[in-house]
Write a protein that binds this ligand. Structure first.
Ligand code: DGY
Length: 325
C-alpha cells in the first residue's frame, strides 16, 4: 500500500519531519515561506494530511479545492485559522496542540505584565540611547505588581496558570471574567473571584487578555472598554490580534487614558499598527507566547503525533471535531 502524503505548511524541527517520514511521504517548506491561499491549495493537491501553524488558514474554499485532504494538524492551541464546522462537514479531521504550552505562555504573560508595569522596554531604550546621565527620584517610576489587582479576561488553562502566578507568587487580588464561571474548587485553587466584565475593566490594575479569538470576541477591548479602565492601568494581550482594537488602543496610550500596554499579538500581524510603534508606553513582542524551545518542540511533536495516529489507525490525541474514520 502506498504511503499517505503530508504537506508541512511551514518549516519545523528536523526531528519532527523525520517522525512524519516514518509514516508518510512528506513535502516540506524548506524556505519557511508564508504561502498565499492559492499557493497552499496548489501544494495541497494529492495530500491527505497537512501540518499547519496558526497563520495557515484552512477554510471552505481550501477544503473544496483539496478533496484529498483528510486531516489538518495545527501546531497551536488557538485554531481560529481553521473553519472547524466546514472541516466537519467535509469529513476532515482538525487537531490542535493544547496543554503543552500552558505554563510557558503564562510565563510570557507575566513577563509582559512586569515589563509593562515597570517600564522595562522604555527604560532600556533610554539607556541604550545614551540618555542616562543621573539617577532621579521618579525616573521610570511605574506601577506595582505585588499587592495589586490582576484582572483576567478569559479563564481557560492559560488564564488559570496566570491567576496562580499572580495570587500565589505576587500576593495579587485576582478577579476574572469568562463565558462560564469556574467551579468553586478551581476558583479556590486560583484564588480568583468571578466578576462582571465591567467590574473587571473598572477594578483591574493590570488586565491580561487570554480569551480565544472568535466573531464574539472581536474587539472585546475597544474604545468603550478602554475608557472604563483606570488611567493607571496596564493592559496585556497574549491571546490573539483582533481581540483588541489596535487603533483605539494606540489612541488610549497616546492620550494616557490607560498607563501602558504589553502586546504579543496584533490585528494585522506581522504588521503592527503604526500608532502603536509611535508611543513609548507599550512593550511589543512578535507573537512569542509559547516560544521556549522545549515547548515549541512539544507543540510540534503533538501536531505530528496526531498525524501519525491518524495514518496508523490509532486514536487522535487532541481532536477538535469527530473522527470520521
Ligand atoms: C497558539 O498556540 O495558539 C499560539 O498562539 C502559537 O504560538
Amino acid at each position: 500500500m502506498s504511503k499517505p502524503r503530508i504537506l508541512l505548511a511551514r518549516a519545523v524541527f528536523p526531528e519532527v519531519v523525520d517522525k512524519l517520514r516514518q509514516v508518510a511521504e512528506v513535502q516540506t517548506n524548506p524556505d519557511d515561506a508564508v504561502w498565499s491561499q492559492a499557493e497552499l491549495i496548489e501544494r495541497l493537491q494529492g495530500k491527505q494530511g497537512v501540518f499547519t501553524t496558526g497563520g495557515d488558514r484552512i477554510d471552505a474554499a481550501v477544503l473544496k479545492a483539496c478533496p484529498d485532504l483528510r486531516i489538518c494538524a495545527n501546531m497551536a492551541v488557538g485554531y481560529n485559522n481553521f473553519d472547524v464546522p466546514a472541516m466537519t462537514a467535509a469529513g476532515v479531521v482538525a487537531t490542535n496542540a493544547p496543554d503543552v504550552l500552558t505554563e510557558t505562555t503564562a510565563d510570557l504573560g507575566f513577563a509582559l505584565l512586569m515589563a509593562t508595569a515597570r517600564r522595562l522596554a522604555e527604560s532600556e531604550h533610554y539607556l541604550r540611547a545614551g540618555q542616562w546621565t543621573k539617577w532621579s527620584y521618579d525616573m521610570f517610576a511605574g506601577s506595582d505588581i505585588h499587592g495589586s489587582t490582576l484582572g483576567i479576561l478569559g479563564m481557560g488553562r492559560i488564564g488559570q496558570a496566570i491567576a496562580r502566578r499572580g495570587a500565589h507568587g505576587f500576593g495579587m487580588r485576582v478577579i476574572y471574567h469568562n463565558r462560564s464561571r469556574l467551579s468553586p474548587e478551581l476558583e479556590a485553587q486560583c484564588r480568583a473571584q468571578y466578576v462582571s466584565k465591567s467590574d473587571l475593566l473598572a477594578q483591574s490594575d493590570h488586565l491580561i487578555l487570554v480569551l480565544p479569538y472568535s466573531a464574539e470576541s472581536h474587539h472585546a477591548v475597544g474604545a468603550a472598554e478602554l475608557a472604563q479602565m483606570k488611567s493607571s492601568a496596564t493592559l496585556v494581550n497574549i491571546a490573539r490580534g483582533g481581540i483588541v482594537d489596535d487603533a483605539a488602543l494606540a489612541q488610549a496610550l497616546k492620550n494616557r487614558t490607560i498607563a501602558a500596554a504589553g502586546l504579543d499579538v496584533f490585528e494585522e500581524e506581522p504588521k503592527v499598527h503604526p500608532g502603536l510603534l509611535e508611543v513609548p508606553n507599550v512593550v511589543l513582542t512578535p507573537h512569542i507566547g509559547s516560544a521556549s524551545l522545549p515547548t515549541r518542540k512539544a507543540m510540534a511533536h503533538l501536531a505530528a503525533d496526531n498525524l501519525v495516529a491518524f495514518f496508523t489507525g490509532r486514536p487522535l490525541l487532541t481532536p477538535l471535531n469527530p473522527d470520521p474514520r
